[in-house]
Structure formats: C-alpha cells, structure tokens
Ligand binder design. Structure first.
Ligand code: ZN
Length: 160
C-alpha cells in the first residue's frame, strides 16, 4: 500500500545539516515506527512520506519552518544540576536530555557552574535546513486503537 494518513510506517533515516555529515542515524538501532498524520515526526518528513511504498529510499530537504522551527535568541535557561541524568556529559556544546512535563527533550549545554548549568533550550536542530535520507521498511494500516492514541504500537513504537 502507498503511505497515507493513518498508515503505520516503519522507517530508517539519517539526518544531516545540508553539506555536513550525519547528525543522527537510526540504523544504529531498530527502525522508527510512526503513525502518519499525527505529528509523530516533523511536518517536512511526514509530508514527504505520503505516496511512498515499502522498499523505497529517498531524500528530502527540510527547511526550519517544516522542521524544528527557527532558533530563538536569548533561549538560555539556568537549571539545577540534578535535572540532568547522572551519566550526562556536562560540557559546553554537548547535547543532553532533560526531563520536562512534556517528556524528554534535548538541550545544548552553554555554561557549567558548581550547582547549576546554563542550557540553550532551542532544539539542537532548530534554525537548520536538514537533509533526511529515508528508507521505508514496512507500511501497514493503523489500527483503530493506534489512531485513537495518535501513535504506532509495537516494535519501534509505543509499548504500553
Ligand atoms: Zn497507545
């Protein structure tokens, strides 16, 4: 079947800033599983999937407006060290995950103090034009339950 709204797609992807090496590559692990049409991924990637089929591999270039949005200046926030995972590398320029009410999100370490860390809360890929290399591994219709939840279940998706 062709990918359409409410299809569950398993895909491998790598993403790079235009003209640079990959920032992220899903091939280090299992393919990602998403439910199309429910904003599980950035709009530029979701829109590019429509109409493709299993086995296809293609590239799409996504501007910030369809990706992670523009960079906000003055997005530095001071956080207590305890919000970071114990194994987090707290060095300027490092991307680390923090726990927020909406779940985990990546931030970039700006400055490290004794008990606090200043982080840039812009998404690390905000303001960047990104090229995604996408390979469609599996396509199936989403179940009623998945559509009601707004995400894919099973391997590579939500398990609950
Ligand atoms: Zn669910």
């Amino acid at each position: 079947m062709k990918i359409e709204k409410n299809a569950v797609v398993r895909l491998h992807y790598s993403v790079a800033e235009v003209g640079a090496g990959p920032i992220e590559d899903s091939r280090v692990g299992e393919p990602l599983s998403i439910l199309v049409g429910h904003r599980n991924v950035i709009p530029g990637v979701e829109n590019a999937l429509i109409g493709h089929e299993v086995g296809e591999r293609f590239e799409v270039t996504v501007p910030p407006e369809e990706g992670y949005g523009p960079r906000h200046p003055n997005a530095i926030q001071r956080l207590p060290k305890k919000v970071f995972q114990k194994n987090a590398v707290l060095k300027p320029g490092e991307v680390v995950m923090i726990q927020t009410r909406e779940g985990q999100r990546p931030v970039v370490v700006h400055k490290v103090g004794m008990t606090v860390v200043d982080v840039d809360i812009n998404h690390p890929m905000a303001g960047k034009t990104l090229t995604f290399d996408i390979e469609v591994m599996e396509v199936r219709a989403g179940s009623e339950e998945e559509i009601a939840h707004g995400h894919a279940h099973g391997t590579g998706g939500h398990t609950h």
